[in-house]
Design a protein around this ligand. Structure first.
Ligand code: PEP
Ligand code: MG
Length: 570
């Protein structure tokens, strides 16, 4: 039996056989175009492009009704095929360097793909997979091969691939996929997105996967722990068959819990907020089953575009979210650019340590016009709902006071202009230890706080959250994290000010009981975590939660805490 490990990006358990999928990629031979045949290679390139555009249109139309978000991927692929720069460079390579057409396609796409991969923004870098996918389609058509994708699957299997591309999964029947394993691919890769949206267990980033696996090989996949057992022995098969069954039951239960209100067994109500970024229809549907928007990451409105969003554009979006949530609070986080999030519309100075640099609120202080535009838009929108403004990257009381002065002066000016402003609450994110440690003082200055555990962990453990090399040092279950969480939550609770948690820990089924044990009554999370968290809360009493929260403080290492929480998992 061999055990492999990777990142479990979509939880679940499966037992079955491996289907090795080598994908639609073709690496052509490096060949020259025979003299005099350049025009025929150019014509063939044009005809292959046309066929590819037709295929993509068919896929788009078939998918548009089923899943409009995924259908958009195939529109983006059509844009890549029509890209002006690519369409200058491929013919040039055929004509000037006498390269065969397929080799020209391969190499020019490779250049673009590498360029995209280097982008600092991981969301853009992951889009290299789309260039790879389009290239695969063009080369397949050049060589006259059929597109079988994953539609050939006839029985449920565990798919093992280098990476799954959108065209691989377009025709895939998810009921035939027990689990997904890939060698590459991060949390924002297409494989991860597909796996999460279909609820398929997935372990990605498994090093040298292809050296270990064979077609039809038996395997057990534990995507909760990120482990794969190849040729598992009988006891492992039995253990994981049972675990897979229990997992399926959990999913059915979760569906039931999604629409319910979250209350513990002893009737303590826990507010469940949703984390949103784009304010699109899919996200706004959460108003039907969540108690608030617990985190609106507004910077996503600024990213991936050539110009900054203006006051009017932002006002319309904020108004839409506020109206949709009615009386329910909408926690709108002001711009959090910097660190891992860059702007296409503005060249910001390069920094050696961007996560410790001019990020978020600090950046807003140094670009007051940008900050002012956003604050004007949200204050004007406040008339339409229950607005809570939240400041990111707050490190000191000076930060809070400076931001408050700024916001209130923007409000005064709006009033002078005769524009109406509603009431709003003003709060902070607690994600820097320097503010967490004086949470009792900060609580006097603001109306509420929300703990950004993602950043709090990176600053507390001194481990860059984007750097895979220091991943073992980024320990969300570090004993210091729990101590600091306890102190912070208690400081706000003692001051009678609401405190929530909107980092990943807030939607982590293992951490939720502990957080409730420390006094948290409001959690915010991504849509995919809501049902499971509600189910866990329904099986918990506050006494149980307090006992777990207390116990966690006795452990010395993150591993010990994780083992304890896994044992007590509800
Ligand atoms: C956090 O840091 O926990 C948080 C919610 O903010 P972001 O992940 O957007 O930095
Ligand atoms: Mg943060």
């Amino acid at each position: 039996m061999t055990i492999l490990t990777g990142n479990g990006v979509s939880p679940g358990v499966a037992v079955g056989t491996i289907h090795v999928y080598s994908g639609s990629q073709i690496v052509p031979e490096k060949k020259m175009c025979p003299p005099g045949e350049e025009q025929s290679h150019l014509d063939r390139y044009e005809s292959v492009k046309k066929k590819a555009l037709d295929e993509l249109e068919q896929i788009f139309l078939a998918m548009e009704r089923k899943d409009p978000e995924k259908a958009k991927i195939f529109k983006a692929h059509q844009d890549i095929i029509n890209d002006v720069a690519i369409n200058e460079e491929i013919p040039e390579k055929i004509l000037n360097e006498q390269c065969s057409g397929d080799w020209a396609i391969y190499t020019i796409y490779e250049t673009f793909l590498r360029m995209v991969k280097k982008a600092k923004d991981p969301l853009i870098a992951e889009r290299a997979a789309d260039f790879d996918d389009v290239r695969g389609r063009l080369l397949r058509l050049w060589h006259g091969r059929n597109d079988e994708g994953l539609s050939v699957l006839e029985k449920p299997v565990i798919i093992a691939a280098k990476e799954l591309l959108p065209s691989d999964t377009a025709s895939m029947d998810p009921s035939n996929v027990l689990a997904i394993l890939t060698e590459t691919g991060g949390v924002t890769s297409h494989s991860a997105i597909i796996a999460k949206s279909y609820g398929i267990p997935a372990v990605l980033g498994i090093q040298n996967l292809f050296e270990h696996i064979k077609h039809d090989q038996p395997a057990a996949v534990d995507a909760i722990e990120g482990k794969i057992y190849l040729d598992p022995d009988k006891s492992i098969v039995e253990k994981y068959t049972k675990k897979a069954e229990a997992w399926r039951l959990e999913i059915v239960m979760d569906e039931f819990h999604l629409k319910t209100e979250a209350s513990t067994t002893d009737n303590v109500r826990i507010d469940i907020g949703i984390n949103i970024a784009n304010a699109d229809e899919k996200e706004l549907r959460a108003s039907e089953y969540c108690d608030s928007v617990g985190l609106f990451r507004t910077e996503f409105l600024y990213m991936g575009r050539g110009e900054l969003p203006g006051e009017e554009e932002q006002f319309i979006i904020y108004k839409k979210v506020l109206e949709r949530f009615g009386k329910k609070p909408v926690v709108l986080r002001t711009l959090d650019i910097g660190g891992d999030k860059t702007l296409q519309s503005m060249e910001l100075p390069k920094e050696d340590n961007p996560f410790l640099g001019n990020r978020a609120l600090r950046l807003c202080f140094s670009y007051p016009d940008i900050f002012k535009t956003q604050i004007r838009a949200c204050l004007r929108a406040s008339v339409y709902g229950n607005l809570w403004i939240m400041l990111p990257m707050v490190g000191s009381i000076d930060d809070i006071r400076k931001a408050k002065d700024f916001i209130f002066s923007v409000r005064d000016n709006l009033k002078k202009e005769g524009k109406s402003c509603g009431d709003f609450k003003l709060g902070i994110m607690i994600e820097i230890p320097s503010i967490a440690l004086i949470a009792n003082i900060a609580a006097k200055e603001v109306d509420f706080a929300s703990i950004g555990s993602n950043d709090l962990c990176q600053y507390l453990c001194a481990a860059d959250r984007m750097n895979g090399m220091v991943e073992p040092y980024y320990q969300s279950y570090h004993p210091s994290m729990f101590r600091l969480l306890k102190e912070t939550i208690e400081a706000f609770s003692d001051a009678g000010k609401p405190i929530s948690i909107c980092g990943e820990l807030g939607g982590d089924p293992l951490a939720v009981p502990v957080l409730i044990g420390y006094g948290i009554r409001k959690l915010s999370m991504g849509a995919a975590s809501v049902a499971a968290v509600k189910r866990i809360i329904s099986g918990l009493t506050v006494t149980m939660a307090e006992e777990m929260a207390h116990k966690v403080l006795e452990f010395a290492t993150a591993e010990e805490i994780k083992t304890y929480l896994m044992d007590r998992r509800l």
